[in-house]
Design a protein around this ligand. Structure first.
Ligand SMILES: Cc1cc2nc3c(=O)[nH]c(=O)nc-3n(C[C@H](O)[C@H](O)[C@H](O)COP(=O)(O)OP(=O)(O)OC[C@H]3O[C@@H](n4cnc5c(N)ncnc54)[C@H](O)[C@@H]3O)c2cc1C
Length: 313
């Protein structure tokens, strides 16, 4: 990237300087705490800023990548080429009217859940402890305990690569287990509307607390991870298969399978993205050999990975 550095600085000069970074270390933008540098990292705060950044990319054939809160990604040690648009810090406005909450894509699930609870609105409690953004949660149809994003999102809007804003309603999202139509279209989710139910504030807070206690007891939330490493295979659980394969607590240097919950692959501190990638590959291969089940990663591989590195997927 060094070769392109001064060119990129010229091309992206019109973006706000204090929110545009070049050759920038991405570790702190991912919950795995791994990953190399992004050529250009931009923290937009408005749709017009996102459009301006995309226009520069399009006019100069520069690739771009969107990140919400970086809680479901494995960023390559070689970093991310082109522009990375990180929404999770400045594109986070939330508004509320009656039973409806509207949130920009970078707003955290924690923020909308807290706003809902304060206003006696029930329906988002399940999401407490999911460290993602609204955009990432809609794209993934994030779910836990008794709920999923599909149950509460009524519409969302996105920016197409042609810079048109399109709105999707209800079934148009094609929500499935950890999936939505957004995984098949190249787009930037801009905002989502949630419709909730009136509830009892005390009961809402009790439910939130109950889920927090359950998570703390069963998941390694004090370690760097991206949550569940693999999707749940049909009629089974990834964590159970990994555990039954004898891999609970398996460790290679500073990366490994959690000893608390075998569904989580973790960075014990100081692991590289390649170390974590190797653990994923090992787990998938052992489970496949022992049980004939082909686990599919839930995490998204972002940045400069070679085909060879990720061929195990
Ligand atoms: C400790 C821990 C616990 C977790 N528990 C759960 C759980 O219980 N249930 C669950 O479902 N998940 C869980 N996760 C995983 C993760 O938090 C969710 O998948 C979350 O929805 C990801 O949101 P994000 O903003 O971090 O997305 P990111 O990791 O930033 O991105 C994920 C993918 O979405 C894309 N993306 C993000 N935002 C946008 C946007 N605005 N427009 C277009 N594309 C976008 C990215 O390009 C990437 O491909 C957990 C993670 C951790 C670390």
């Amino acid at each position: 990237m060094k070769n392109n550095d001064s060119l990129y600085r010229q091309l992206f000069a019109e973006l706000p300087r204090h929110r545009t970074f070049f050759d920038y270390e991405m570790k702190s933008f991912s919950t795995f705490k791994v990953g190399g540098k992004a050529d250009i990292l931009f923290l937009p705060e408005s749709v017009s800023e996102i459009k301006a950044a995309i226009t520069i990319c399009k006019n100069n054939s520069i690739p771009f990548q969107v990140l919400g809160k970086g809680s479901n990604v494995l960023i390559s040690d070689r970093g991310i080429r082109g522009l990375t648009i990180y929404l999770g810090s400045n594109f986070t406005k939330i508004s509320h009217e009656g039973k409806r909450i509207r949130a920009q894509a970078g707003a955290s699930l924690a923020a909308i859940t807290s706003l809902a609870a304060k206003n006696n609105l029930t329906g988002l409690e399940f999401s407490v402890g999911i460290p993602g953004s609204v955009g990432g949660a809609v794209l993934m149809n994030a779910s836990a305990y008794d709920g999923e994003i599909k149950d509460v999102v009524i519409s969302s809007s996105y920016l197409t690569t042609q810079e048109k804003i399109v709105t999707l309603n209800g079934a148009e999202h094609q929500f499935g287990y950890r999936s939505s139509v957004y995984q098949n279209i190249s787009s930037i989710i801009l905002e989502a509307d949630f419709i909730l139910e009136e509830g009892n504030r005390l009961e809402i807070y009790e439910k939130i607390q109950d889920f927090q206690i359950k998570r703390r007891a069963s998941q390694p939330i004090d370690k760097f991870s991206a949550g569940s490493a693999f999707k749940r295979p049909p009629d089974n659980y990834a964590g159970k298969l990994i555990s039954d394969a004898g891999l609970k607590g398996y460790r290679e240097m500073n990366a490994g399978v959690s000893a608390k919950h075998a569904g989580f692959i973790i960075n014990y501190g100081g692991a590289s993205a390649s170390d974590i990638n190797r653990v994923f590959a090992h787990v998938k291969s052992v489970v496949e050999d022992k049980f004939g089940v082909s686990l599919q990663p839930e995490v998204k591989w972002i940045g400069d990975w070679t085909e060879e590195e990720v061929q195990w997927k």
